[in-house]
Design a protein around this ligand. Structure first.
Ligand code: HEC
Ligand code: HEC
Ligand code: HEC
Ligand code: HEC
Ligand code: HEC
Ligand code: HEC
Ligand code: HEC
Length: 374
């Protein structure tokens, strides 16, 4: 197990099982846990057999194929038919809710591959942002920081694509949110009752901002300005702004993209501004997959808005169990757009906005005197 930059050793989530079995069991079903993994027959096979495995581009044809125990991406020239490149699929990024991308190691250097999988059409696509020919995108910390628990770049500030391969902890696991916990595991082994001296942080005792900062690491846009150290240096309990900032600070709230900036959007909502306690975990249990559980989410609204009938005119409100479809509608993402096949048409993934408000025909109804102070 790797050692964090703060000097503490990771324990790995399997070591939590003896004492936190229920949390572990639901956590391994979450998209966080499955957000990255090593490619092998098991992590790829099921999907693989189902897809047609050719991707036709302007100059080249890309094929994903099984090669004994491994999976490879072969790129053929359309003019000569010759094989231009053969790369292993080493790492999967994405649980597959919206799609998956694949990374390859050349020695210790990490690159993204041309072919990605896109759930909306259940097929292969040209990776978002890739031109229509052979191209390789070096994968720095600025790409993987939100999809793995930990990785050690050869350069401390994380701006190269050269890694210590054995330092990778794939998936977004317990210790990305709780910090490296070998000390907690050692302390608790044989001592379940005496808490004096336990290093583990009780998150529900933190201030709202510090609690939010755990999720904000990855759900507040790119945060591409690294102010201090590197993207894996932050640990829970610290103030995230000390480490990383966004380029889009100061942008008007309506422009915040619905993809990846749930924090910016939520923070601009009246529910957040006018309540002292709302945080991401008010609605989301971080240890469970709750996608599609509308009943759960609507019940959260009613915890604070206990008599919704009184807030609505009868014409636009007729049931208690549909709050999110009107007040957190789905919008096409501005950044998660892909070009399908060889055409120039772009298709967007629909994302649930976290700017909670009154929408009519998908247009936010800005009421009087509501500036964007936050
Ligand atoms: C040998 C048993 C044991 C192991 C192994 C163990 N824990 Fe714990 N953990 C405990 C006990 C006991 C507590 C204290 C519970 C309490 O105070 O109610 C605790 C508390 C915690 C808390 C704080 C809970 C709170 O009240 O906020 C977290 C977070 C936590 N553990 C995470 C982990 C993670 C992650 C792992 C694996 C890396 C792990 N634990 C491994 C026994 C263990
Ligand atoms: C700042 C954090 C961040 C960075 C950096 C980032 N991602 Fe993501 N990525 C996310 C989040 C959050 C989601 C989930 C989408 C959402 O609902 O907002 C996601 C979703 C995805 C998905 C779809 C996953 C699924 O299961 O549906 C893929 C594939 C993906 N990212 C690949 C990449 C690649 C490749 C890079 C580097 C070029 C990258 N991401 C960089 C945060 C990030
Ligand atoms: C995405 C971030 C995230 C991941 C991953 C995560 N946790 Fe948590 N965990 C939290 C947060 C946030 C809280 C505080 C919950 C709250 O505020 O209600 C918490 C609370 C806890 C608690 C104390 C409260 C409780 O529910 O008993 C324990 C114990 C715990 N986590 C263990 C684990 C273990 C074990 C894993 C991995 C199997 C894990 N966590 C993975 C974010 C995470
Ligand atoms: C290390 C980066 C990281 C952290 C920390 C993190 N997330 Fe995520 N989160 C992601 C990525 C990446 C995805 C997309 C995973 C995928 O589908 O591959 C995601 C997906 C989600 C989803 C959608 C789940 C689904 O079923 O599609 C929710 C909800 C979510 N995160 C909430 C939270 C909350 C709440 C916290 C804080 C307690 C948190 N996240 C912390 C990176 C992170
Ligand atoms: C932690 C408590 C809390 C939760 C949970 C909560 N809200 Fe709110 N919400 C508030 C507060 C406080 C206000 C501001 C009320 C005011 O100032 O009149 C508000 C305002 C609103 C407004 C008016 C927004 C505007 O711009 O005029 C809407 C609509 C709304 N909430 C819908 C929802 C929905 C839908 C949910 C569930 C997804 C939800 N709320 C969950 C506390 C909450
Ligand atoms: C008032 C309730 C509420 C709060 C607070 C909240 N969310 Fe959500 N979130 C939702 C609902 C509802 C969905 C849609 C769930 C579904 O599609 O089944 C959602 C979906 C998501 C998704 C998946 C987006 C998509 O469309 O794929 C992510 C990621 C996410 N939330 C992250 C966060 C983060 C991070 C925070 C804190 C900054 C947060 N949420 C706070 C209610 C909330
Ligand atoms: C069919 C769409 C729709 C549904 C479903 C819906 N709302 Fe609304 N809501 C509106 C509209 C439109 C308004 C503006 C007031 C009006 O004209 O009724 C509103 C206003 C509100 C307000 C703000 C009142 C104010 O002016 O400050 C709150 C809070 C709210 N809704 C909460 C909820 C909750 C909680 C639910 C689920 C129980 C819900 N809404 C379901 C459309 C809807």
């Amino acid at each position: 197990m790797p050692v964090h930059y703060n000097g503490d050793r990771f324990a790995g989530s399997s070591s939590c099982i003896p004492c936190h079995k229920n949390i572990y069991q639901t956590h391994v079903e979450s998209s966080h846990y499955n957000s990255s993994t090593i490619v092998n027959g098991q992590t790829l096979k099921n999907h693989f057999d189902k897809w047609s495995n050719q991707l036709e581009l302007t100059d080249v044809e890309v094929e994903v194929a099984r090669d004994e125990q491994t999976y490879v991406q072969n790129t053929y020239s359309k003019t000569t038919g010759g094989l231009i490149d053969k790369s292993n699929l080493d790492v999967v990024i994405g649980s597959g809710v919206k799609g998956q991308s694949y990374l390859t190691f050349k020695g210790d250097s990490l690159f993204q591959l041309q072919a990605s999988y896109f759930r909306l059409i259940d097929s292969w696509i040209n990776s978002p942002g890739f031109p229509n020919h052979k191209y390789s995108r070096p994968v720095t910390d600025n790409c993987i920081k939100c999809h793995v628990t930990f990785a050690k770049n050869k350069n401390f500030i994380g701006n190269t694509n050269v890694y210590e391969r054995e330092s990778f902890m794939y998936g977004i696991d317990c210790e990305r949110c709780h910090g490296p916990l070998k000390k907690h595991v050692d302390f608790r082994s044989g001592n379940l009752t005496n808490s004096t001296g336990d290093v583990v942080i009780k998150i529900d005792t933190l201030s709202r901002q510090l609690k939010m900062d755990i999720c904000v690491q990855c759900h507040s846009g790119l945060r591409a300005i690294q102010v201090k150290d590197n993207p894996f240096s932050f640990v829970t309990g610290e103030r995230l702004d000390k480490y990383a900032k966004n380029y889009n600070f100061g942008r008007p709230e309506a422009e915040l993209d619905v993809h990846g900036n749930q924090y910016g959007l939520l923070k601009s909502s009246k529910c957040y501004k006018n309540s002292a306690t709302m945080s991401c975990t008010t609605c989301h249990d971080p240890h469970q997959n709750q996608r599609g559980n509308e009943e759960h989410f609507n019940s959260k609204c009613i915890e604070c808005h206990s008599t919704p009938e009184n807030l609505h005119t009868t014409s636009n409100f007729n049931s208690r169990d549909n709050c999110i479809s009107c007040h957190m509608p789905l919008f096409p993402s501005q950044t998660m757009k892909v070009k399908l096949g060889d055409t120039n048409d772009e298709t967007s993934v629909n994302i649930r906005t976290h700017l909670i408000g009154v929408y009519i025909d998908s247009i936010l109804q800005n009421k009087k005197n509501e500036g964007s102070k936050s």
